[in-house]
Design a protein around this ligand. Sequence first.
Ligand code: ATP
Ligand code: LTN
Length: 326
Amino acid sequence: MKKRVFSGIQPTGDTHIGNYLGATKHWAARQDEYDNIFCIVDLHAITTPQEPEVLKAKIREVTGLLLAVGIDTERSIVFIQSHVPAHSELAWILNCFTPMGWMQRMTQYKEKSKNQESVSTGLFDYPALMAADILLYDTDVVPVGEDQKQHVELTRDIAQRFNAIYGDTFVLPSPVIPDIGARIMGLDDPEKKMSKSEPGSNHAINLLDPPDVITNKIKRAATDSLRDIVYDENRPGVYNLLVIYELFTGKSRQEIVDHFAGKGYADLKKELAEVVIEGLSPIQKKYADLTADPGYLDSLMAKGAEQAIPLAEKVLTRVKDTIGLG
Ligand code: ATP
Ligand code: LTN
């Protein structure tokens, strides 16, 4: 039997090449290897304030982009989190088995709540909902970018704690993080992870950015005052650009360093813009086709929820029986 993969993406902000290179590209590439479930996590999106109309549009956009990068609904279940009520229900139950101290250690919460006047309880509790997403499907493998590793490990801890009390109930999931590209950095500040929620027009390359926007963003990307083009993690700006180049071209590091020997940052940026534009072009074309008929995505998502609901219900019933509910 194939291993079960589950992963999720938030319908907030603009989906960027970090999401693609760190996560969705791998989800698409390994679909035949696994039994896959991918989720557009709209309930996670509302842990920070959202405009209703924008949220609705973003749910459609992210759905379209998942399919455009190659997720195939014949081989993978794709659905919207709020369409499957068991996610909220299991999240509540898991809350009751998660020590506050475990949640307080989560670095994403610490970062996202920093300098905020008011933060929702939902943002603090975000990892319990994520644990519910994963555990509801007896998930073995969770492919994510580096920033989500801690949340998957917490999920595993919650599952282990529950199993220790009640006996084997949950499958223990493991995170899978790509060797290269697990943490694509912001173009404007290579010390910060490229992120959907980061403001700044020059921060991220979005999957739907037109060619001239991509070229301009890369032109303005932060580098350093040195000259040679080599992989050096102590020079995060150039390192990040080289990693992006490597992932879009599929070339080896040696080939890339040889290719840019004697050239300058302007050459690197020009060629990088070309390969990114070329790499995103088929995704953008496919996205335009998929979203031309609005009813099409809706029907696929209805089918995805129909497939997910019985799987989730089965595990939720197991959990409720175990703890004496119902
Ligand atoms: P936000 O910053 O608002 O939390 P995000 O950019 O992290 O959003 P998500 O929808 O939360 O986007 O993430 C979807 C997937 O993309 C996750 O697996 C996450 O780990 C991965 N990911 C996000 N940013 C990066 C990045 N800069 N590099 C590699 N992977 C990333
Ligand atoms: N928290 C994740 C999104 C997410 C997720 C999941 C990822 C929600 N539920 C379950 C993997 C498995 C993020 O990318 N910020």
